[in-house]
Design a protein around this ligand. Sequence first.
Ligand SMILES: Cc1ncc(COP(=O)(O)O)c(C=O)c1O
Length: 453
Amino acid sequence: MATLSTPQPTLPVSQPTLPVSMWARSLQQRAHDLIPGGAHTYAKGDDQYPELAPPFIAYGRGSHVWDLDGSEYIEYGMGLRSVGLGHAFPAVIEAVKRELANGTNFTRPSAREVEAAEVFLDCVTTAEMVKFAKNGSDATTAAVKLARAFTGRDYIAICGDQSFLSTDDWFIGSTAIAGGIPRAVRELTLKFNYNDISSLENLFASHLGRIACVILEAETSIAPRPGFLEEVRALCDKFGALLIFDEMITGFRWHLGGAQRIHGVTPDLSTFGKALANGFAVAALAGKREIMERGGLRHTGERVFLLSTTHGAETHSLVAAIATMRVYQREPVIDTLHSRGERLRNGFEEVARRHGIHDYLQVRRKSCNLIFATTDLALQPSQTYRTLFMQELIAGGILAPSFVVSYSHTERDIDRTIDVVDYAASVYARALDDGPLHYLNGCQVKPVFRPFN
Ligand SMILES: Cc1ncc(COP(=O)(O)O)c(C=O)c1O
């Protein structure tokens, strides 16, 4: 914790962020009048950000965004990790602009569907077929449905330690915000623990011949212990269940081919999205031919209604995906994500140590996908300290629900961020001494998954 002798950095902002204008505040109220929650994505909602956060973003370029009042921020998180290259990345935008002039949706498929599938399968070499969708949730839900149809079983096993797999009932029914989801659906979702193979083995034993699939992210906050993923694969094979890896975050961030390529374990099905089209709405279900074909026209078995929506293959989004994947193929995108994240991690940790608060304020996870963890004096995870830390970052021109970088984050962005973290850490240290409420403006942020407001 800080002592009086700790040097207190001054806020290194050349253009301080402006206070939120009355106009932006009234639009924020209007949003809540018209839209439940005031936004179309809970993770962007007002309850996720401190009071002084910009209520809306007007536009973004590269790693920077501007709010409605003209304040500029270095942004992290990047559209819930969907913008891997940076905002309005020229190679993507130019390709989309050209495509828009040709129309976006027709009564028969576009050849872009084949081209996007080819480029995708060149990247994700462990899969043989792919079907695109608009949202990651649609892809994971389709994977679960396909597994149920393929195995003729109803139960599914999900990794209970992982925070999000889908907006659909099979997953949300297993969270603290399960309102509106029938008990019958909830009971079909079973949970095991990451890195704990016996918890999965027990599920298979207690539901013999009834589990259709095991679905998990191959890696999130902690790495798989040696052998864990191979053991999950072996259990699925032994008990006749499909293995599904949700690569929504790890795909196009850990490795072009996802975490499955790094860990050398091939699932039956996997799902991608997020950085796949640099913020355009494209997700993908990919996997083995014999399973994926159940959603196709070349078999005589029972048909599976697999991912078919009006907007499922809008050509401009597919072109965005093609352009994005080509940038990943020819430029050192993933290496850059890792090295920028590493620079930020090192600077962050040095600052937290210097302020004596490294036990309370930490940066975690893989360098390409950093989050920060905030705890109180009792070392308990604290939303109050999270709010305070984000508040001080925003005051210094850094909008950061996490420290997830993009290809556009420069070393200069990172170094400036570390300077602001330095200031925010000095406030954090003082708050640990004096109590956070002395420093907090407005309400604290809240977790999305809670049963009541
Ligand atoms: C691991 C994971 N799977 C699935 C999803 C769902 O994706 P979408 O929000 O595109 O429906 C998310 C979204 O945050 C995710 O993080």
